[in-house]
Write a protein that binds this ligand. Sequence first.
Ligand code: Q9C
Ligand code: ZN
Length: 343
Amino acid sequence: MKTVFSPGQLAHDPKHEISDGELRPAVEIPARAEMVRARILETELGEVLTPEDFGRGPLARVHDGDYLDFLDSFWTRWTNAGRGGEAFPFVWPVRGLSLEPKPDHIDGLLGRYSFDAGTPLGQYSFAAARASANSALTAARLVAGGERSAFALCRPPGHHAAAGYYGGYCFLNNAAIAGQWLRDAGAERVAILDVDYHHGNGTQSIFYERSDVLFLSIHADPREEYPYFLGHAGETGAAAGEGYNANYPLALGADWETWSNALAAAMARIRDFAPDTLVISLGLDAYEKDPISRFRLASEDFTRMGAALAGLGLPTIFVMEGGYAVEALGVNCVNTLAGFEGG
Ligand code: Q9C
Ligand code: ZN
């Protein structure tokens, strides 16, 4: 399986995040991608390609223009306000407050275009996020061109980013951008299965009213876990998308037996939908030793996951999402991909 990765993705290099009432060391760091790349080379999974630049077009098919403009202008506005380093939002337009008119001040804009305070935004975050999206798009193009599968080594991740806001370490929704690009390239139906420990709220929200993209997510119950405000079992889609969204929230502590039952249910839904292409939002944070997560998958379970997914027999794009046990990340990620190739 070919991997797509750009060194430009490493330019987003956050030092801190707001977590547990403290300014803590950031966990979504460049070393994550380095670990995975090193393991791919060590195991000879396949070639590692540099992405092509697809420009703004495919990003704007998923994200709002004013949101992309905000990301583009962030650093100028931030430094013009006399700031430097990393920005964190601290005020949001929640119930009863107004999205319009948009604030002029960067502090207002940060809240207008985000949903959490846990995501550091720095000088090179947008450039790195664009490089990450280009990796997803290049992997999509490989599969559209006839490869059975491809791996987009995306980082920063994407699945928490919605059409108009960032959060959860995500700025551009790589899986959604790839899925939409596949539709535009001629796929009639695309399924996106999100196996990250956290619910893919951004991806769900982007496709919630559409029947051409089926979104499914296996994740920690949002009553107990981030992102808290989306990902419940009763969210089945709306309008034309009714019936085309499927959430499988699991209790904290879920092991492979519990997790794989949800996977079997999700795979049955995917088979019924009969997509042309499958996109896997590949979070590795369901791992038992993940520092911020509370599922109990072992490294060998990721091999099982990959092998099970191969059983769908679909052209498949893997798009990396979360996973913070940096030392084990390469093994767990490549286990999934090698499991798919052997399955
Ligand atoms: N005290 C992804 O996996 N909050 N994002 C963690 C820990 C945010 C995870 C707080 C978790 C976001 C892509
Ligand atoms: Zn996650």
